[in-house]
Design a protein. Structure first.
Length: 65
């Protein structure tokens, strides 16, 4: 199989985060996103396949309406 070596894309993601996850605290929180080809991941595991991990700061806002 052939995979591209460079992909550039801007993406906006909107998600609902249950208050139990963030402790109901608004503001900046850390989020880690990991993708991999050909395997399932867990939060502490590693993969011998191709993939990457990115760390983000996400701003959790109070729910509206």
């Amino acid at each position: 199989a052939s995979y591209p070596t460079t992909v550039i894309a801007n993406t906006t993601v909107t998600m609902t985060i249950p208050s139990s996850i963030s402790g109901g605290v608004t503001g900046n929180h850390r989020m880690r996103a990991t993708i991999a080809v050909g395997t399932l991941l867990n939060s502490c595991g590693s993969s011998s396949y191709y993939g990457e991990t990115h760390d983000y700061t996400v701003n959790i806002l109070a729910s509206v309406g």
